[in-house]
Design a protein around this ligand. Structure first.
Ligand SMILES: Cc1cc2nc3c(=O)[nH]c(=O)nc-3n(C[C@H](O)[C@H](O)[C@H](O)COP(=O)(O)OP(=O)(O)OC[C@H]3O[C@@H](n4cnc5c(N)ncnc54)[C@H](O)[C@@H]3O)c2cc1C
Length: 410
């Protein structure tokens, strides 16, 4: 039997960083946060391998390069509440930050629990009502009231914030429920897909190279035979395919069946051949392997590629056949990897796709279709690179939504 409904000014669905920070910033404390799990912030707790890389030290113009094609949507929110504001928020709460050599910011304790506890304490200081272990099942809207249903209760509110995250790591509670709620209220969902994930490669023969990493490889993406995108970044060979920041950050653009061509040398195939010929003319006695050392390709990978090209490591350059040279240039400058599968939601760090951004105001996070309906965090069609960009986006969009609710009043 349903318990009698209660009316709140604002209900926030989802107790991840986006939902918690929205609640923390609401000025009218007649607010309710509903979290499906017995504990809030389960994904936050495992972020950054439990150390929580909550933002990045980069400038805002650099930040905006880290959210793929949807970066523009975040411009306003990121400026209104930026990385320094987030660091200051935690500092005020007694949490110092540290920065690693790549600009990633962590709590100095390297404990994600310190970040989560700060948010939970701030919610309790503000007397936010908190319902845990209660998945929201459906939402309805009529007049100026939203009705929010859990299995045994019905709640009413004037403002509704959907902050249910994406679909990745479903064990943390993010199972895409918010997409359903948004659809119930008339919104379009851009098809979700796993992002920030490793990939498996069809007919992969490099398992023995697992663990080897290539700094700053050139990665070109081909769809149906046409080059559609390119990227640079560190890649790592795994037992079944490729990973590393260069692959993970680029995965938002990839689909099962696409082709990647990886350049391990930093020069084009054409320049490779020119330099090969020039070296052969000047110092033809140099063993192939010695010349190839120029490119700083890890030894085991180099051996593998020389072998696949049909060459011999110790063979003098002048004796290398043209067809071997051509094959070497292909394999070293454009090694083809057919993507079998992007690793699924179970291990993808974020979800690309989500509530369509053209239906949301980028300054307030309010729906353009339904008044007083707001979105915060990953439930929207935004996904950032690794480096703290996703959690910062969750905080910045939450702040924008809370400010808009505060200034709209009742
Ligand atoms: C392993 C891993 C490591 C990561 N590391 C980093 C990192 O170091 N830095 C970084 O920036 N990003 C990182 N991310 C990504 C980052 O954690 C997410 O982008 C961020 O947590 C999104 O915040 P959110 O509040 O929008 O959603 P979530 O954190 O997914 O929270 C959504 C909440 O909504 C609740 N919910 C869902 N459905 C319902 C419902 N029906 N009713 C009630 N509640 C519901 C869920 O239980 C969950 O608590 C990592 C992700 C993973 C998986």
């Amino acid at each position: 039997m349903q318990r009698p409904e209660r009316r709140y000014t604002t209900i926030v669905i989802g107790g991840g960083p986006a939902g918690l920070f929205t609640a923390v910033n609401l000025q009218d404390y007649n607010s309710l946060l509903i979290e499906k799990g017995d504990k809030a912030g389960r994904k936050l707790l495992i972020s950054g391998t439990g150390q929580c890389n909550f933002t990045h030290s980069g400038s805002m113009s650099d930040f905006l390069r880290h959210y793929g094609t949807n970066s523009r949507f975040l411009k306003h929110a990121l400026h209104a509440f930026n990385n320094m504001d987030l660091i200051a928020f935690f500092k005020d709460a007694g949490i110092e930050s540290i920065e690693d050599k790549n600009g990633k910011i962590f709590p100095a304790s390297l404990k994600a629990a310190d970040i989560l506890n700060t948010l939970l304490n701030a919610c309790s200081d503000r007397n936010i009502s908190f319902l845990r272990g209660s998945p929201v099942i459906s939402v309805k809207h009529s007049g100026d009231t939203f009705r929010v249903y859990t299995s045994d209760s019905e709640f009413h509110c004037h403002n509704l914030v959907i902050a249910t995250g994406g679909k990745s790591y479903p064990s943390t509670g993010s199972t895409g429920d918010g997409y359903r709620f948004a659809e119930m209220l008339g919104h379009t969902i851009v098809e979700p897909k796993p992002a920030l994930c490793a990939i498996t490669i069809s007919d992969y023969k490099m398992a023995a190279l697992s663990g080897i990493s290539i700094p700053s490889a050139g990665i070109s993406l081909f769809q149906n035979g046409v080059k559609t995108n390119e990227h640079h970044g560190d890649i790592v060979f795994t037992l079944k395919g490729l990973s590393g920041p260069g692959i993970i950050d680029f995965a938002r653009y990839m689909h099962d069946g696409d082709l990647l061509k990886i350049n391990f040398t930093g020069i084009s195939q054409q320049v490779f051949v020119q330099e090969f010929v020039s070296c052969t003319q000047k110092s033809g006695k140099i063993p192939l392997q010695t010349w190839l050392k120029l490119f700083n390709v890890p030894k085991n990978l180099l051996r593998y590629i020389i072998d696949e090209a049909g060459g011999l490591s110790e063979q003098p350059m002048a004796e290398i056949q043209k067809k071997v040279r051509t094959r070497l240039s292909e394999l070293l400058c454009a090694y083809p990897f057919q993507i079998e599968k992007l690793s699924g939601y179970k291990s993808a760090m974020v979800t690309a796709g989500g509530v369509a951004l053209n239906e949301i105001s980028s300054s307030t996070m309010e729906s353009r279709l339904v008044r007083n309906l707001y979105f915060a965090g990953e439930v929207m069609d935004i996904d950032g690179d690794t480096g703290g960009y996703n959690i910062q986006a969750a905080f910045s969009t939450a702040y924008a939504a809370a400010c808009a609710i505060n200034s709209a009043g009742l």
